[in-house]
Design a protein around this ligand. Structure first.
Ligand SMILES: Cc1cc2nc3c(=O)[nH]c(=O)nc-3n(C[C@H](O)[C@H](O)[C@H](O)COP(=O)(O)O)c2cc1C
Length: 233
């Protein structure tokens, strides 16, 4: 096991950026082991731990996924309601994820995060089986089934950053979910929810640009601005 990183939780949180271009450099297995363990330490509804991770490092599989995503983007780009300018973040970068697709074959590790309904808290009629064995949601669940997975994905990214490994959280595999599930041999009854790309960044990214706390926070009642204390403002 590698020596634990000295990075503080604060530095990990405040410096985390969405990285879409990675160096062609593998992540040491011991780091990968630990960040996956960090993902399993997340809280989950009823401690059901409904996550399953598919860790993709195989070049051929990555190329197959990339081919599907290039195809998906050629369709989605034509259908987007927003202009290119509206699809840039507060740092002027495109948020569509195209760069991630273009460079996908060079991402050292893609962790595909799935929801296993056998381990979740289930309600009657929550999902039904399609003719092909895939499941579909039939009833809205308070809190949503994906929530626990997102906690674990965030743990994965913060633990990675603590080891100098950059990441990208994505949901765009959903555009080709059946095709990608097939490539990875994910059974029909397992829901593929999101993926986290991991690697050593190959793009210059500054600090995250975010709305300020007062811009998004209300004190006691909606509409009363939450003012920061003098030291923070
Ligand atoms: C629910 C969710 C879905 C996302 N999906 C994608 C995606 O499909 N492709 C992509 O490139 N980035 C995706 N992202 C990353 C965001 O675009 C990114 O976190 C955001 O622009 C902030 O980037 P920054 O931390 O570098 O400022 C997603 C993030 C979240 C939370």
């Amino acid at each position: 096991m590698s020596a634990l990183s000295e990075m503080s939780v604060r530095d990990a949180i405040f410096g985390l950026r969405a990285t879409r271009i990675f160096q062609d450099k593998p992540i040491p297995e011991e780091i990968l082991d630990e960040v996956l363990e960090a993902a399993t330490m997340a809280c989950s509804s009823g401690n059901t731990q409904p996550w399953e991770f598919v860790v993709v490092t195989d070049e051929e599989l990555k190329e197959q996924i990339q081919a599907e995503m290039v195809d998906a983007f050629s369709v989605i780009d034509a259908e987007r309601a927003q202009t290119e300018a509206q699809l840039t973040d507060r740092s002027g970068r495109s948020v569509t994820g195209r760069a991630a697709v273009t460079h996908l074959h060079k991402v050292p590790v893609i962790v595909v995060v799935c929801w296993n309904p056998e381990r979740g808290i289930r309600l009657k009629g929550e999902y039904a089986e399609n003719a092909d064995g895939t499941l579909r949601e039939t009833r809205e669940i308070p809190g949503g089934r994906g929530v626990s997975l997102f906690q674990s994905a965030q743990n994965l990214m913060l633990a990675s950053r603590a080891h100098g490994v950059s990441s990208l959280f994505t949901t765009f595999f959903f555009l080709k979910r059946e095709e990608i599930k097939k490539i990875l041999g994910i059974p029909p009854n397992i829901f593929m929810e999101c993926a986290v790309f991991l690697g050593y960044g190959d793009e210059k990214l500054g600090k995250p640009k975010r709305l300020s706390v007062p811009e998004v926070t209300h004190r006691n009642r909606w509409g009363t601005t939450y003012e920061l204390s003098a030291e923070r403002s």
